[in-house]
Write a protein that binds this ligand. Sequence first.
Ligand SMILES: Nc1ncnc2c1ncn2[C@@H]1O[C@H](COP(=O)(O)OP(=O)(O)OP(=O)(O)O)[C@@H](O)[C@H]1O
Length: 301
Amino acid sequence: MIASITRGTYRSEDDGDDTDDETAADDAPGPADGSSATLTGDDLVLGYPDADQPVIDGETITAAQGEVTALVGPNGSGKSTLLKGLADQLTPDAGSVLIDGEDIHTLDTKALARKLGLLSQESTSPDSITVEELVYHGRYPYRGFFEHVTEADECAVDNAIDLAGCDHLRDRAVGSLSGGQKQLAWIAMVLAQDTDVLLLDEPTTFLDLHHQLEVMDIIETLRDERDITVVVVLHDIEQAARHADTVVALRDGEVKACGPPEEVVTEELLVDVFGIDAEVDSTDRGPRVTPLAARHDDPSI
Ligand SMILES: Nc1ncnc2c1ncn2[C@@H]1O[C@H](COP(=O)(O)OP(=O)(O)OP(=O)(O)O)[C@@H](O)[C@H]1O
């Protein structure tokens, strides 16, 4: 069933990459052992086979250990492409992705999936499986082919479901859920993966305001209590400013600004990157953005 779920860092269960099955379960439950990691995309060139030009053309980005890095930018600016490159879902045409200096291409599938989890925008799973079954798939990197569910797996799944706030959905078929409910289930699945690094592509999509705040709280908890390195794509610039340690602003595949929210989220940046006039006020909780008007003299947005 794993093979039919296309989300996260897994390629598939029978991808011929079972070299570490015997030891996988011993390593559970991942970063709860206190490990953590810095993720670096070094001089990355990323694109798609049917396109003339790369989307990302030689960018370097570092997500510091135990910090939240937010990727922001207009539609089509390359946020998801960059995230897929960092997660090894898209092979770079040049450059490399390193976790604590180790090239992720030297890691086999399960070893990588124990270090790095991806919540992507492209999710598919059989409609008939329950939320609990979906979340158990997050434990795949810790399980050998013939191994049964361990206590560590049960514990990780319970914690993940609890943290994502979807216990009430546990026995529901995924196909019967609303968009927001599905999003919570997928978040629980990637949390169960128990990784040092989490890459989240628009995790607040489909969620009401209450659940958006809860997801941002989860991200802060993972950072503050478990030292997890998080890279998160967000459309809400204020959410990024409030919750991230570092904001990376992309436009046309180029990193236009990178740094602490109060340095990056400025009125000038909102014009240059998003093509909007806005007021930015400095508050205790970071820059507060009041959008005023979309500029119509910016044809590329
Ligand atoms: N599978 C693909 N094949 C070809 N081009 C693609 C593919 N996926 C994305 N692109 C192109 O790559 C560019 C960057 O897309 P990407 O999805 O990374 O942007 P984004 O910043 O995440 O956008 P959004 O905010 O709309 O989700 C766009 O021009 C897009 O059309």
